[in-house]
Design a protein around this ligand. Structure first.
Ligand code: SF4
Length: 720
């Protein structure tokens, strides 16, 4: 839902200027208040009576059995496997998995310290709320009861959109999917997560170019590249273990390693060519690179003729970006850019890696489109060693996005149309009329919610400028630090005005500390969630491989996992029986394997249908069988599969589709992981056929490109 803003303010002043005149925060104050310098402000408010002395537990008795359990590092999207040693239900040691084709016995410093997340002293141990400005310990029963009563009251008086559901890329697929379903049954599309800030621009940019909003290949596949162009990314810091694939591959292949970044980063220090550009000039530099490609005839003419629409329009735009103009705007010398262009276009396969340096701009989607055009121009999409290798951030940012924790869509990019709701009504076995009755109106049900980057506008703007029944009055934030969002001074004002703020996290996070600073005296709750190491479920690495994390230890202190918290809240709000109609609940904990089975029944659009819990667990147990470069199992019970069954993994699990290691690879049969571009704008425009004529995956029945598949089309073809 759009917020109408009649008084658009320009943001020309930095957030952290000294002594902002409007009472905002300077950098030093922000760090102090957000608990990043010396102890959490929130805990500073605790009375000493609630602090107890702690002591180390007894060591495991001599001869106690030490078991090894597998989970996935929660720090970044590379997806390194953690081998945890457990004795007496205590996590006593950890090793990187030698068998994992992703990390092969290595961790970075962040991964080496994940045990700290569980046993660290900053854990939130029990539910708390602010009473008259002080944090006070309460029970789970009291917390759920009070929060539920307040939410129901807000819903009745102001409508369901007055509660905002903020989910997380730290959730498992099952947690994220359940969270989106919960918001749908509550009756609102005000549900979002971190990808809005980091890679929603990527999803929009690449999905609208060739079909899917995801990294096309894998970290491992970069070993096949002859030219690796890293643009606006610093994997040496953000995705360290990926460097073992990039640097080893570059060395073995004698590949070109080009880094484009305003800063000489640690990654740039390894580059064979470092391009320093002025911040924010990515589009001119991309176009400048393409200018050299066209000028020298290095473009892939066959690829363009077959698979690109509107190229002449782009050519006109590119012609404006002469070397002189690009250097004037960006500072990049023409001769250097010509060298880079030549390598990227002619020393193939070439891959383009990008990250936050491309996406987190006011023109992020346009940056991504420019990157995609560069790949199309050079024919560098759809095979090994090529592609858009977009490094995601959090460990499950891809999965949480796929599972629809998103204001614009139901899970798996179905959108919010009536047809999409009817699809999920069928999957959930919920009557469409009942679903609709949960929303203010049908129109509201089919309208995107407020993006998380502007949640506080939903709180602060005059009622007439917020396009929903009433302002946002309650915010539920799971696994999301408030400092991830810009405009912090306004966010503080939004926090102060909320009737209800619920923070669900293993740590108090900046919501807790800043809400105290914002002057909240009551109506703020902290619910202690456990880490993913104390729960189980699947997560999607950046390359779309799905990996299952086992529970390493039971939730410590009084913490609970996301599934149980969602269940308790749904029970209190009165729709647990509908939410869990086809999902078993043991005690108060929904079974994640059952949630994944429901995901399999729902995810036909994206090929989330073949990755049953049994298949994914089999991959985790047989990691040694998967090839380091192709990610394919050459032997063993998973023979023929790609590691983690990267989506799309078509059909039901029994079909045994191997997953798709590299998207849009027409050299392979679909049943072998091949595929084509997906047209998303119909089949014809201005009298021109939009289908890729003569481009089809091996063994395909259709030989003139693929239209977007809908149920109606499948029905017409007799394939339903
Ligand atoms: Fe964890 Fe990422 Fe480091 Fe691997 S590279 S150990 S996933 S932080």
């Amino acid at each position: 839902m759009l917020i109408r803003r009649s008084d658009r303010r320009t943001r020309t002043r930095g957030l952290f200027e000294d002594a902002p005149p409007d009472g905002g925060l300077d950098r030093r104050t922000f760090l102090r208040r957000s608990g990043l310098t010396g102890g959490l402000a929130a805990l500073g408010e605790l009375s000493l009576g609630s602090v107890r002395k702690t002591a180390a537990g007894a060591p495991p008795p001599a001869g106690a059995a030490v078991t090894t359990r597998k989970s996935i590092c929660t720090h970044c999207s590379v997806g390194c496997t953690v081998l945890a040693e457990v004795a007496n239900d205590v996590w006593i040691g950890q090793e990187p998995a030698w068998d994992s084709p992703i990390n092969r016995g290595s961790f970075c410093a962040k991964g080496a310290a994940v045990r700290e997340l569980v046993s660290g002293e900053r854990r939130l141990k029990y539910p708390m709320k602010i009473v008259s400005g002080r944090w006070t310990r309460i029970s789970w029963e009291q917390a759920i009861g009070e929060i539920g009563d307040k939410l129901l009251d807000i819903r009745e008086k102001s409508g369901p959109d007055s509660a905002y559901w903020l989910g997380s890329a730290k959730m498992t697929n099952e947690g994220a999917y359940l969270f989106r379903k919960f918001a749908a049954l509550w009756g609102s599309n005000n549900v979002d997560h971190q990808a809005r800030i980091c890679h929603s621009t990527t999803v929009t940019g690449v999905a609208n170019t060739w079909g899917y909003g995801a990294m096309t290949n894998s970290y491992n596949d970069i070993r096949n590249s002859k030219t690796i162009l890293i643009w606006g990314g610093n994997p040496a810091r953000a995705h360290p273990v990926s460097l073992q694939h990039i640097l080893e591959g570059a060395e073995l292949n004698r590949a070109n390693l080009i880094v484009v970044d305003p800063r000489l980063t640690r990654t740039a220090a390894h580059a064979t060519e470092y391009v320093r550009l002025r911040p924010g000039t990515d589009i001119p530099v991309f176009y400048g690179m393409m200018w050299h490609i066209l000028q020298n005839g290095w473009e892939d003419k066959e690829f363009i003729a077959q698979r690109v629409y509107g190229f002449d329009e782009v050519r006109k735009e590119i012609q404006k970006w002469t070397p002189e103009e690009v250097e004037r705007v960006s500072g990049v010398p023409g001769e250097q850019l010509k060298r880079v262009a030549q390598m990227f276009a002619t020393q193939k396969p070439a891959t383009l890696v990008w990250c936050m340096g491309v996406t987190q701009h006011s023109v992020g989607t346009a940056n991504v489109r420019a990157a995609s055009i560069a790949l199309l121009l050079t024919g560098n999409v759809g095979g090994p060693g090529l592609g858009a290798n977009i490094f995601r951030g959090h460990d499950n940012v891809q999965g949480a996005t796929d599972c629809g924790v998103d204001v614009t869509s139901l899970p798996f990019y179905y959108g919010l149309t009536e047809a999409a709701w009817r699809h999920f009504g069928r999957v959930w076995q919920i009557d469409y009329g009942w679903l609709q009755s949960r929303f203010v109106s049908k129109q509201n049900m089919e309208t995107p919610g407020i993006p998380i980057s502007r949640w506080f506008d939903g709180v602060l703007l005059p009622r007439s400028q917020v396009d929903q029944k009433d302002n946002v009055r309650a915010l539920w934030a799971t696994g999301f630090g408030s400092n991830a969002i810009g405009r912090i001074p306004e966010a503080m004002k939004g926090m102060a005005k909320l009737d209800l703020l619920i923070v669900v996290d293993p740590h108090p996070t900046t919501w807790a500390s800043l809400s105290v600073e914002a002057g909240r005296k009551d109506g703020t709750y902290l619910l202690p969630a456990c880490t993913q190491f104390e729960s189980s479920g699947s997560r999607v690495a950046s390359n779309r491989s799905i990996q299952w994390g086992e529970q390493i230890v039971k939730p410590l202190f009084e913490t609970k996992d996301d599934y149980e918290i969602i269940y308790l809240m749904a029970k209190k709000l009165g729709f647990a029986d509908v939410l869990f109609k086809n999902i078993a609940v043991e005690g108060d904990r929904p079974v994640p394997e059952d949630i994944l089975r429901e995901i399999n029944r729902a995810g036909w659009s994206t090929g989330y249908t073949g990755q049953s819990p049994e298949r994914i667990k089999l991959h985790m147990a047989n990691q040694k069988d998967f090839d380091l470069v192709s990610l394919r199992a050459a032997e063993g019970p998973c023979k023929g599969d790609y590691y983690g069954l990267p989506w799309p993994c078509w059909g039901k699990p029994e079909l045994k589709h191997p997953g798709s290691a590299n998207l849009y690879d027409t050299s392979l049969h679909v049943m072998d992981g091949g595929g084509t571009f997906r047209a998303r704008f119909g089949v014809q425009y201005n009298g021109v056929n939009l289908l890729a004529e003569g481009s089809y995956s091996k063994g395909s029945d259709i030989k003139d490109g693929y239209p977007e598949f809908t149920y109606a089309l499948l029905n017409k073809l007799g394939w339903d």
